[in-house]
Structure formats: C-alpha cells, structure tokens
Design a protein around this ligand. Structure first.
Ligand SMILES: Nc1ncnc2c1ncn2[C@@H]1O[C@H](COP(=O)(O)OP(=O)(O)OP(=O)(O)O)[C@@H](O)[C@H]1O
Length: 313
C-alpha cells in the first residue's frame, strides 16, 4: 500500500512489575482498515490499546500511531484520535453535554458530528441535560461512542465497544463502523466476541497471554476452521479401552461407541485414512462452528519466539 501504517507496533512489551501485560508484540494496521483485536480475558488487549493512545508507556519496544509517537506527540495526535476505553470513567456530577464539551476540549478539535451521533444513538437533549450519575450502563457507553467519533478522527480505537448496548443500538454501531471504513478511516476494535469482530472487521489479530497468536483475514479464519468428525465404531467390547488409533491425538470425546473430534482442514485426509482402518459403522464430517475454530486458536500453545504467521496486510 505504500502509505505509513495507521498503527505500527514493534516488539512492544509492557510489564506491570512481574506481570506480563503484552510481550514483544509486532503488528501493522494499514490506513483505512477496520481491524479486530481479539483475545480472552487478561490477554493484553486493553494494555495494547492504552499504549496506542498514550495512556501507558511501553516497557520496551515502541508504538507509532498515524506516524507519531503516542506519548511524545500526544498533543498532535489528540485531534486525530478517537478512543473509547473499556471502563469509561466519567465525572458523575457533569451532565452528558458537559462531559462531551470537556472531552471536546481535550481532543483539541471541533466536534461536527456530535448532534448527528447523539440522534442516531438515541441520546436525547433531555438525556444530555442530566448528570451522568443517573445514566444506565448503555447510555454511558453511547456517550462514550459519541465522544470517540464526534471529531471525525482519522483513527478510532475502541475497547469492547458493544458492551452494554442493546441489539438495536449495536446495529447502529455496526453501521457507523461500515461508514467509517467507507470514509477511509482506520478502526481498531478490541473484543472477546468473535461474531462482533467477524461482522465489523476485515482482519483480526488474536492475542493470548500477551502474545500474538495470529493475524488473519476474517475470511481466512472461516476457511481455516476445523472439521468435526463423528465416528461410530462397530464391535466394541464393553469395558475395553476405546481408541481411535492415530486419531487419538485430536482428543476425541466419547459417548458410548461414538466419538467426536475436531480436526484442522490440513489433517482431515490423514485422519480419515487412519479412522478407516478401524471397524467404522458410521462416519460424518462437517465444518465446525466459527466459534470453535476461534477457541482452537485460544487454546493452541503460544509460539516460543513471539512471532506469528500471516502478519501481512
Ligand atoms: N494496572 C495493572 N497492574 C497489574 N497488572 C495489570 C494491570 N493492568 C493489566 N494487568 C495485567 O496484564 C494482563 C493483561 O491485561 P489486559 O487488561 O490488558 O487484558 P485484556 O485482554 O484487556 O483483558 P479483558 O478482556 O479481561 O479486559 C493481565 O494479566 C492483567 O492482570
């Protein structure tokens, strides 16, 4: 693409004393991408996002955001960056409108989209005149989204953006993401919910225990999903140990004489060959759900050197 990446992490590590937040994370997000950052609880998503927006400094390695250093160039980045933290802390006595004014001042930029966003996210003028102390969780999240997008930033960093939003508002959120992508803005969205990322993002990084597991196009993640084999064996003697021979390495789950196993597509032929040497009464093969493919990635052992395959746009 030739352009400076919107986000560039180079062996970024952040430790909290002895605790690893993230470890040697290298990643590039191109301008105009809607990029997902996916991982289980405690994987290091929030830590990475905080390093990107200049709220945390890395222990080693570095981050470049829109070609700038998030800490040293914070003032230059502020107008071009929108950030929705995972735990939005607001001053309870300020009204919604005062909160947005305060955040506008910190963004050092006008907020041409505020009214439109409030309307689309169903935050009425009456709501905006109330102190946020009385806001529901969903209303706070909507206010958070308005402030993250109101100044039309080049890059939007969203930590678990749909938390607390009802399904109707989630639809508006997805529409906003599609529009941002259409307008050439870059979005980085962290989540532990795969369908959300699948819907909004073109590429996704999967992170676990502070390390990058893989960076994939969402479409490839679908293709790479495991196959589920269900096999029924004939002639098993009660009380005798059950085995699928070589296919036991896929940890079959047994129920009577029937076993179920999840196998990566690359191993499906070899596994079927191994199974067909057994007294098979019945066998079926189908694609596993996308969630299961994703859980497989969560469970895989981390690569020893912190590198990950497929880290190319
Ligand atoms: N301020 C802190 N002090 C000590 N350890 C921390 C701190 N913040 C995060 N950690 C640790 O760093 C690791 C990564 O945490 P982080 O919050 O970045 O993960 P996450 O992927 O955002 O998790 P979640 O999905 O639960 O929000 C965890 O082990 C966490 O306990």
């Amino acid at each position: 693409m030739g352009e400076t990446p919107a986000i560039e992490l180079t062996r970024l590590s952040k430790r909290y004393g002895p605790v690893v937040g993230v470890e040697s994370l290298s990643l590039a997000v191109e301008a105009g991408e809607v990029f997902g950052f996916l991982g289980p609880n405690g994987a290091g998503k929030t830590t990475t996002l905080r390093c990107l927006v200049g709220l945390l400094g890395p222990t080693s390695g570095h981050a470049r955001v829109l070609g700038l250093d998030p800490l040293a160039d914070h003032a230059r980045l502020a107008p071009r960056l929108g950030y929705l933290p995972g735990e939005l802390r607001l001053y309870p006595e300020l009204t919604g409108a005062q909160t947005l004014d305060l955040l506008t001042a910190l963004q050092r930029a006008p907020s041409p989209r505020r009214r439109e966003l409030c309307e689309r996210l169903d935050l009425s003028d009456r709501d905006l005149r109330r102190p946020v102390l009385g806001y529901s969780r969903g209303m706070k999240q909507k206010l958070g989204l308005v402030q993250a997008l109101q100044h039309e930033p080049r890059l939007v960093v969203l930590d678990e953006p749909t938390e607390g939003l009802d399904p109707l508002v989630q639809e508006t959120f997805f529409a906003l993401m599609a529009e941002a992508a259409g307008a050439g803005r870059t979005v980085l969205l962290s989540s532990h919910v795969l369908p959300e990322v699948q819907r909004a993002c073109g590429r996704v990084a999967i992170i676990r225990e502070g390390r990058l597991v893989t960076v994939e196009r969402v479409a490839s993640l679908r293709e790479a999903r495991a196959r589920r084999i269900r096999v029924t064996l004939g002639g098993l003697r009660p009380g005798r140990p059950r085995s699928l021979g070589d296919a036991d390495r896929w940890n079959p789950r047994w129920q009577g004489d029937r076993a179920e196993l999840l196998v990566p597509p690359s191993d499906i032929t070899a596994t079927l060959r191994a199974l067909l040497t057994l007294p098979v009464a019945d066998i079926t093969v189908e694609e596993a759900g996308l969630d299961e493919a994703f859980l497989d990635l969560y469970r895989d052992p981390a690569p020893p050197d912190g590198t990950a395959p497929g880290n190319a746009p």
